[in-house]
Design a protein around this ligand. Sequence first.
Ligand SMILES: CC(C)(COP(=O)(O)OP(=O)(O)OC[C@H]1O[C@@H](n2cnc3c(N)ncnc32)[C@H](O)[C@@H]1OP(=O)(O)O)[C@@H](O)C(=O)NCCC(=O)NCCS
Length: 162
Amino acid sequence: MADAKYIRRAHISDIGEIYEVIRENPTEVLPRSYQDILRNFDRFVVYDDGSIKGVISYQVMPVFDIENPDFAVEIVSLSVRRAEHGKGIGRVLLLSMIDIIKAMDPHRIIVLTFYPDFFAKFGFVETSKEKLYQKIYQGCLNCTKYRSPLTCPEVAMELVLK
Ligand SMILES: CC(C)(COP(=O)(O)OP(=O)(O)OC[C@H]1O[C@@H](n2cnc3c(N)ncnc32)[C@H](O)[C@@H]1OP(=O)(O)O)[C@@H](O)C(=O)NCCC(=O)NCCS
């Protein structure tokens, strides 16, 4: 089973491997360009037991009401190499990223996923996409996979921190 000792922050030299691991799950995870990963490499955590078997990252959602901010951080690019599924790598990556995000002190962690049961194991609960207005503004408006965020099959989930 996976061991949390193999979790570490990404190095700048990991970009090529991160790129490949994300592309192994193109149905569930939005492919990202090499340059995009490079510019955001410091937001990645990897599982590296000799080679990189899984990756995870985050992005900070915009805030519209600055007087009454709702700080939300989205988990993105969680991807485990297909041959390594079911060995606990996703678990240690997600737990590590939850700790990193908690230290930022946001109100909630959000995720859009095809696997709500996986995230439910870690305390995430389903929420309505309408409540994730920041996500719809930031990401969904440019989506080429689905006509509308409200008909997209991904489930919106959140882990409320305060
Ligand atoms: C989803 C994913 C990250 C899970 O990683 P993993 O290493 O295979 O999962 P783990 O072995 O750590 O599983 C941890 C627990 O979640 C469960 N689980 C794993 N995948 C699951 C899934 N797809 N649906 C529901 N539960 C799941 C496991 O059974 C295990 O449960 P247990 O603790 O009761 O034994 C991985 O399968 C993956 O990369 N999938 C494709 C990409 C993807 O969907 N990413 C998420 C984008 S939001």
